[in-house]
Design a protein around this ligand. Sequence first.
Ligand SMILES: [Zn+2]
Ligand SMILES: [Zn+2]
Length: 94
Amino acid sequence: MGVTLCHVHGRAGVAHTCRHIRAALDAHSTLPTWRSYTLPHPPDHVVVRMCDACVTENNLPVPGRMLADDEVVLDQLRTDPYCDACFVELTSEP
Ligand SMILES: [Zn+2]
Ligand SMILES: [Zn+2]
């Protein structure tokens, strides 16, 4: 998993989210329902969270799972990196 520099958490793991999830995070509004995918991203892998609309748009398998590198490329998904620790805090049940 890649690393991001977060103003709250410092060096933290990076979660890639689709633009809809990112917009909801930025607005502190309710997130759309989403699924989690793990993509190979040499020399590591990345976790990508996509909302249902993006899952459909990109023909991603349901339920979310580990994807092979010939199935989908991270760049195709137009995701934004987001601090994984922030994501977990923002999405965990109160
Ligand atoms: Zn989306
Ligand atoms: Zn953070």
